[in-house]
Design a protein around this ligand. Structure first.
Ligand SMILES: [Zn+2]
Length: 420
């Protein structure tokens, strides 16, 4: 079996393979804009990509995982203005909270965790290339990407130009910025307001647009062509569409990304979880009630690309399921310690095979977890010592290494201390 993953640009599932002869798989995931507390929807996205990260490593790939921090953009500056806090201090505070919560969910930290403010010269250089290529224009201290000059714009989201504008406007586009030739043209560089941070550039002091930040950071760590770019489904347009356009026009290397993958959105009380609707379920609040592994189990029980509706009490069932997996590992440990024989029972091999086949099928974790539960039942119910040991070891390996559940007997203590 080969791992097949979804790619939004080509549509459908495609066999995964490294790009060229690169020694390491490049995985870039759009990170948080740290102006507020993280909610369960963020956790669903990052746990989903954590499983992908772990599975690629399980398959023997070396992975370079990059997740950025959008520490300067409209939302950051607006929130800093509202609270009277320095925008960098505001960002640092929320980054610390985010990392603590993700550690409680047993998320493997990225190899690189760049902040946009550390890469401004890369962004200026990239914008310069787009101007040289004639796909961007400067006006009034701002620089815009000229969408009408790019016939391939829309290749990722599959939206028509008419469909794009209302969505772009909802997600940060200002159609009336001075100097714009077309309302859909997006900002590469913008003149800063008097109370905003500003960096020098050939077009005057200002700050980068949101989309160009990710193009520059991805390229700085992963080069002009890499394997996987991820993020929440609400980033597909305009963020990823614009990122793709910038990266490919700036370098001429196509495709810049082999797989554009997106996590599904999480709803609560019938609506997509959002600050404006006030229906946020905060990770911090859940961690007061449940161990991190129960929350992780709940998130991994859903396929990463599906839209899910969270219902209060859903995590209870996951807490019970994690307890059962741990009992299975414990019983297997006890049998192994008492000198039980080793073997390769065919029913254990069959569940393991089906678990991996489900993972190869675009990370079908719900199906994989059915096999994991069946292995736990074998470890708990079998009268055959070799079966108990082999099934318990399979639970530890597949549930621990791939799904990231802490199943060792002391795991509860670890989970509680990282959440504190
Ligand atoms: Zn991004």
């Amino acid at each position: 079996m080969t791992l097949r993953l979804h790619d939004a640009r080509r549509g459908g599932l495609h066999p995964f393979a490294p790009v060229g002869d690169r020694p390491s798989i490049g995985l870039y995931v759009c990170g948080v804009t740290p102006y507020d507390t993280g909610h369960l929807g963020h956790a669903f996205t990052y746990v989903g990509f954590d499983v992908l990260h772990r599975y690629l490593e399980y398959l023997g790939h070396d992975v370079t995982y990059v997740q950025n921090l959008t520490d300067v953009d409209d939302d950051m500056l607006r929130k800093a203005r509202e609270t009277g806090e320095d925008y960098l201090e505001l960002g640092n505070r929320h980054v610390t909270t985010f990392l603590t919560e993700m550690a409680a969910l047993n998320w493997l930290p990225p190899d690189h965790y760049p902040r946009a403010t550390e890469h401004i010269p890369h962004m200026v250089e990239l914008i310069g290339s787009l101007l040289d290529k004639g796909i961007a224009y400067a006006a009034d201290g701002n620089v815009f990407f000229h969408v009408a000059a790019d016939p391939s714009y829309g290749q990722l989201s599959k939206l028509s130009l008419a469909e794009m504008l209302p969505i772009a406007n909802e997600r940060g586009n200002d159609p009336n910025m001075p100097g714009k030739r077309d309302p859909l043209d997006f900002v590469l560089w913008q003149r800063s307001l008097p109370d905003e941070p500003a960096w020098p550039s050939p077009w005057g002091a200002g700050r980068p647009g949101w989309h160009v930040e990710c193009s520059a950071m991805a390229m700085a760590y992963l080069g002009t062509r890499f394997e996987i770019h991820g993020g929440g489904g609400d980033l597909l347009f305009p963020h990823h569409e614009s990122e793709l356009a910038q990266s490919e026009h700036a370098t001429g290397d196509r495709p810049a990304v082999a797989f554009w993958t997106h996590a599904g959105m999480l709803s609560y009380q019938g609506h997509k979880m959002s600050k404006s609707l006030g229906n946020l379920v905060l990770v911090r609040d859940l961690l007061c009630t449940y161990p991190g592994d129960a929350i992780r189990h709940y998130l991994v029980s859903q396929h990463y690309r599906t839209e899910i509706e969270f219902v209060d009490g859903d995590i209870e069932a996951s807490a019970a399921a994690v307890a059962r997996l741990r009992q299975a590992c414990l019983r297997a440990d006890e049998f192994a310690a008492s000198g039980a024989g080793r073997g390769s029972p065919p029913e254990v091999a069959e569940h393991r095979r089906r678990f991996l086949a489900a993972m190869d099928d675009d990370l079908d974790t719900p199906r994989a977890m059915t096999e994991l539960a069946a292995l736990a039942e074998l470890a708990l119910e079998s009268d055959e010592p070799a079966t108990v040991v082999a099934a318990g070891e399979a639970v530890t390996e597949l549930g621990g290494r791939i799904l990231g559940l802490r199943l060792a007997p002391q795991a509860d203590a670890v989970s509680a201390s990282t959440a504190a």
